[in-house]
Write a new protein. Structure first.
Length: 318
């Protein structure tokens, strides 16, 4: 029995000790039997624990591989309770804990991405492009390959470029309108017209440009009419002056009267009145000459017919 005990063959040792006790009762041998039985019981318990441990590990590994991490954790904890000195269960518990933490982090991250995308889309729909862009940039910081964020940032940059160009155009239009209005105020109508036509080339339906162009057209027409009238006035005055130089008083008066119909001018009135006076003087002289000739002819006739007293009277009248 002692030899079997030394080799830890507890069942054989108990057998030998029991045989010995059958021959002779001995307290020491009886103690050895008890010790051997205790060792045998320990082995049986250890075997059972090992079997339970291995089953728990097998079940836990299967659950882990099936990504049933919560159930796997319970099994690894059970295995760890059976054999606290084993490192494998704790290693797997740590790994699963990290996986669950990563999954939670990924879920939180995805939720954040989803919220940011929704906020970005809402802002994009409201044309708040800068704020929307900031949301989509945040998405890219969480998920650099996110296609929705990438597309929307491209859309927003395109819209911002358009808006920037539109802002530049509107500023250009505002400047042109301001310049055009100032030129109009200064009666520089043709230069003003050029400015407002430039406005129309940028914005064909611009109401301010349309109004000013209509006003300018009226002003230019008025200026042309005034210029034509002035030209006619000056031409008629020149005709009158030429007629005066040629002592054609009737023509001069007609020309001056025509000029005065176009424009009231004191100088032309003086010229016309002077021409009228000259015409009056000429007419009187012509009338006198005609009367003189008539009287002389009558006197000559009386003289030739020897009516001398009457002839003398006519000559005196002449």
């Amino acid at each position: 029995g002692d030899a079997e005990t030394a080799s830890q063959s507890w069942e054989k040792a108990i057998g030998f000790y029991n045989v010995a006790l059958g021959i002779k009762e001995d307290a020491g041998v009886r103690e050895k039997v008890a010790q051997a039985q205790e060792k045998l019981n320990e082995l049986a318990s250890a075997k059972k624990t090992e079997e339970e441990y291995q089953k728990a590990i097998k079940d836990a590994d299967g659950l882990r591989d099936g990504k049933k991490y919560t159930e796997a954790l319970s099994k690894y904890e059970a295995a760890k309770g059976l054999k606290p000195s084993e490192t494998y269960p704790q290693q797997e518990i740590n790994k699963i804990g990290q996986l669950l933490a990563d999954e939670k982090s990924a879920a939180d991250k995805q939720q954040q991405i989803t919220s940011l995308l929704a906020e970005g889309e809402a802002l994009f729909g409201q044309k708040e492009y800068q704020n929307a862009r900031a949301k989509f940039v945040q998405v890219q910081q969480l998920d650099a390959e996110n296609t929705t964020a990438k597309k929307r940032i491209g859309d927003i940059d395109s819209e911002l470029t358009k808006l920037e160009g539109e802002a530049v155009k509107q500023q250009q239009i505002a400047n042109l309108i301001q310049e055009g209005e100032q030129l109009f105020t200064n009666a520089q109508y043709q230069a003003s017209e050029t400015k407002f036509k430039e406005v129309q080339s940028l914005d064909p339906t611009n109401s301010i440009a349309q109004k000013y162009l209509a006003d300018i057209a009226a002003k230019l027409a008025e200026q042309k009419q005034q210029a034509d009238s002035k030209q006619k006035f000056e031409a008629l005055v020149s005709q009158g002056d030429a007629a005066v130089s040629n002592e054609k008083w009737q023509d001069a008066i007609a020309a001056y009267d025509g000029a005065l119909l176009l424009q009231d001018d004191s100088g032309v009135k003086q010229k016309r009145d002077a021409a009228r006076q000259k015409l009056g003087e000429l007419t009187q002289a012509q009338e006198n000459e005609t009367r003189y000739t008539t009287i002389v002819n009558a006197a000559n006739s009386l003289r030739d017919s020897e009516h001398y007293p009457e002839a003398i009277a006519k000559y005196k009248e002449a």
